[in-house]
Design a protein around this ligand. Sequence first.
Ligand SMILES: [Zn+2]
Length: 430
Amino acid sequence: MLYVNGAVFLSVLLFVIGLCVGLSVPTNFFQTKGSDALDSAPLIDGHNDLAYNLYELLNNNLDEFNFTKNLTDDKLWGTKVCDSCYTDLPRLRKGKLGAQFWAAYVDCSSQYKDAVQLTLRQIDVIKRLVAKYPDDLEFVTEAKNIEEAWKNKKIGSMIGVEGGHSIDSSLAVLRLYYELGVRYMTLTHMCNTPWADSSLVNDSSVHNLTEFGQAVVYEMNRLGMLVDLSHVSHNVMRHVLLITKAPVMFSHSSAFTVCRNYRNVPDDVLHMVKKNNGVVMVNFYSNYVNCNSSRKATIQDVVDHINYIRNFIGADYVGIGADFDGVESMPEGLEDVSKYTDLFDRLYESEVEPRWTKEELEKVAGRNLIRVFRAAEEVRDQLAKTEQPRQDIINARDIYQAEVMSNVQPGSCYTAKEWAPLKLNNNSQQ
Ligand SMILES: [Zn+2]
């Protein structure tokens, strides 16, 4: 017994000496893993397009969808047959996802046509999906409920409308989306709206952010709906950041300096995001994180984007917006929604100075988004004291001209009052 106690004493003594002189103790001896941060803060992903896949593959028929099954080898949803399918509950759980903004996205080809109806269908399918899996999902419309749902082991489920074409240039539609639970809107997708330019214009401009576009931003501020600047042109990002009354988000965008794709956020805008107290949720899409076509994207590319933004403006302004199910190629090491944990492990291990702290990882995981969400709610509550719903109606001529530029027969689908004079003009010309 004495012998054993002596041995224990000796090893403790050696260990303490080792600690004091900095020898023989591995540097990460006391360190936790980076992914441990996902146990102490909810991981919130800014963008997942599962709902669009539900539309594409099942025309939103949830009876044929088994979310509780690992779908990796499924004959419809498996990785071999569907190149944009990455999501199911078992893999979301493995990846420790805490909350998700599910995108209600409809194709730009529906602009000026049935975009509103199709968007309503996508909002509906997300709500039905959440209701169908109450043990795993919980519908969330307020910042405080994200953490609550997560503590109850539910994946908080929010809705983001991806693309301003979904409101068909109507603030009335925007307001009703909010009532249905939509908590962000991306101002454009890959098409200009009559009031905001998409990233496809690069550095040039077509409409920029028009007066009506500004009214959209102000109305979103008033409602407490987050303004999402992913997909808009760099000039629109700048303009919105100059006028918004609430912090903004980029639901799925990476750093332009690391990969020069106009879907990514340039340095001057990153500075503005810091000033605005907003958040850039980094996109994983291979083509946005790696601009070197001679090699494949890897998890390290995503780490590089996150490290770049964190070192440039601080850990308070970075988040995660993977874009699973919206793209056909993900980096090696981030093949599906089960891999978020690997990303956080890797961040913690990365050789940047200063090293990542657990608190910073928690912020990137979800605390930053919650802060932005809360701030938007506070602005909403403040504005409620002084502002009424905006009654702006877009100048019908702006839509007319945008439709001409999009090769759509102008006004063919419109019967609203503001179109009457234009239709008269049009007819009299014939
Ligand atoms: Zn997108």
